[in-house]
Ligand binder design. Sequence first.
Ligand SMILES: CC(=O)SCCNC(=O)CCNC(=O)[C@H](O)C(C)(C)COP(=O)(O)OP(=O)(O)OC[C@H]1O[C@@H](n2cnc3c(N)ncnc32)[C@H](O)[C@@H]1OP(=O)(O)O
Length: 406
Amino acid sequence: MGAEVCDGSGLRVLALEPGRWDSFCETLTWHTGAPAKPRAAWAPMREVVDYDRSMLAYDGEEVVGTMAAFPLRVTTPGGASVAATGLTMATVRPTHRRRGLLKTMLRRQADEAYAQGEPLVLHTVTDPGVYRTIGTGCATRQMSVVIDTARPGLSVPESADAVVLRLVDPESALERCEAVYARKVPGRPGMLSRQPGWGRLLIGSPGAGAPVLYCVTSEQEGEFTGYARYSVDADVVEVLDVEALDSASYAALWRFLAELHLTSRVSACNRPLDDPLLHLAPDTRQCKATVSDSLYVRLIDVGKALQARTYTHPLDVVLDVVDAFCPWNAGRWRLSGDAKGASCTRTSDPAELSLSSAELAGAYLGGVGLRALAGAGKVRELRRGALAEASAAFRGDLAPWLPFGF
Ligand SMILES: CC(=O)SCCNC(=O)CCNC(=O)[C@H](O)C(C)(C)COP(=O)(O)OP(=O)(O)OC[C@H]1O[C@@H](n2cnc3c(N)ncnc32)[C@H](O)[C@@H]1OP(=O)(O)O
């Protein structure tokens, strides 16, 4: 990545050199006012960051902007695994804000992704309104759930009694946990495959004062079938993650968490909106759930992106896309697809639905209905019936979900 002058005042954007990782992390902490972390806490990220695509912005010799990039693969509806750069840790020094620096960095990312044939970029963001200005849409939501375990226990199927649970050191079980996770990834849109360093990064490094992380694993007939990782804070079980290959193991793991001695609540901050967990509680009000936005998607190449997923019902529709930030996407596209595959090509046929790239990105993984967006005036139906057809075809059976932050 070469240098670029941002606004004629000497600002430059350069690729992050590997030797500057520590200063990158310290700068972003300083820019956001977040509590400082020791260098060791950031170290595992070194292994998974894409240095060529990560950026530092300079004013003279002074660093005034940061953006980290991670090479990721995301599951789309239908189970395809699509390469996509994940962008995060985007900060601009308070003295340099509102001068277009973030937009310059995102412009570089979009151009580079397009040149490399990547159909999407992914974002986790702290200010969605700012990212909306470049056409990103919120494509997944997550549920934070607190279960009152002082009330009746979870109602698990009898098959859970045959599941063998073991309490193990998270590090020693890491490889087997990652293998289970990898098998889950194609099954739900929004899930990211993890390159080796990510697993290590998630469980963190034990440090003085850090809560102890436990891992309970499940087995059936000698086969490793799942895991839950958690810590305990007073009477609350704080769940990091739970994955299982079958419903009996899943129920057994949650029952274990709910029955830990001297605890009265289980708190899991990131679960899919349609988590079967909600159906394990005998009393619906035992689970207090709150929903928040999670993964943001920017469609870099509308044609390639819409072809990289399948559609729940047969669909043939002409979309008129409004896209100021990636103008190569703007205009009409004929999208034809079904549960087996899709084609999306340029057309001069009359438009049947009109929407912005941000709305299309929000609906892309199947979590947001086009009809709901139309109800808010964000999608216009130009052929009667096109909205209902497209909305049903875009939606899927499972809620898309981003299982871990990047
Ligand atoms: C998940 C993570 O990224 S972790 C990092 C956490 N990040 C932070 O805590 C960020 C703290 N804030 C910042 O660093 C900066 O304010 C940023 C990165 C959000 C914005 O950087 P800037 O360089 O100021 O943004 P830039 O000038 O490029 O503006 C981009 C667009 O957002 C809009 N915008 C920027 N800041 C604001 C704001 N505070 N309020 C409303 N709109 C805003 C701009 O108007 C512009 O839109 P436009 O082109 O349509 O006018």
